[in-house]
Design a protein around this ligand. Structure first.
Ligand code: ZN
Length: 190
């Protein structure tokens, strides 16, 4: 499964690409832009909260790739965040924001689906709680990073795997910025 580095950069890129328009005002200032991109990156990483129980047990994969990597969880969390946001700022959290939340959380599953998995059960429980049959693409675009325990973060293998994620993540972010710039030129409302 990809690390929070690629998920975060992809989330920031998707936010840059999709945020804007009347329901979600365009970024009025540089500070606000970074805040929005950061928030998008964090939302895209949310399914990996299932690493947290592993931090206490010393084995990061204790509960990883189970319920939080399912479509049901994604829809419930997107709806929950949207309702909270709506109570906070109704003008900002319109239907378009709900779509953005679903895309950000959905991007996590899509990326994990095309990342190599080195530990059984290979894949994640996309259809939980209805089925716990692991789902994973037959090909992988990203190598798995070593994450059995926190000490593994400094494993030599991770230098290669995470450098690759940084490079591809920045390329994706740049591509999103480039496409958005093209849209903005043609359609000032975005
Ligand atoms: Zn994940």
């Amino acid at each position: 499964m990809a690390s929070p580095i690629f998920h975060g950069l992809a989330g920031a890129g998707l936010t840059l690409l999709l945020a804007g328009g009347d329901p979600l005002p365009p970024f009025a200032s540089t500070g606000r832009r970074w805040l929005a991109l950061g928030a998008g990156g964090v939302v895209a990483c949310l399914p990996d909260v299932d690493y947290l129980p592993g931090l206490w047990r010393g084995y990061l994969n204790t509960t990883h790739q189970q319920m939080t990597h399912s479509l049901v969880w994604i829809v419930l969390v997107a709806a929950g965040l949207w309702l909270l946001g709506r109570a906070w700022r109704p003008a900002l959290f319109g239907r378009r924001m709900l779509g953005l939340l679903l895309v950000l959380l959905g991007s996590h599953l899509l990326i994990d689906g095309v990342t190599a998995d080195r530990l059984a059960p290979y894949g994640f429980s996309l259809w939980a709680p209805f089925s716990f049959r692991p789902v994973l693409a037959s090909f992988s675009w990203f190598p798995a990073w070593q994450k059995t325990a926190l000490a593994d973060l400094w494993h030599w293998h991770n230098v290669w795997a995470l450098t690759r994620e940084v490079v591809f993540g920045l390329l994706l972010l740049g591509a999103c910025a480039w496409v958005k710039r093209g849209w903005t030129h043609r359609q000032p409302a975005l």
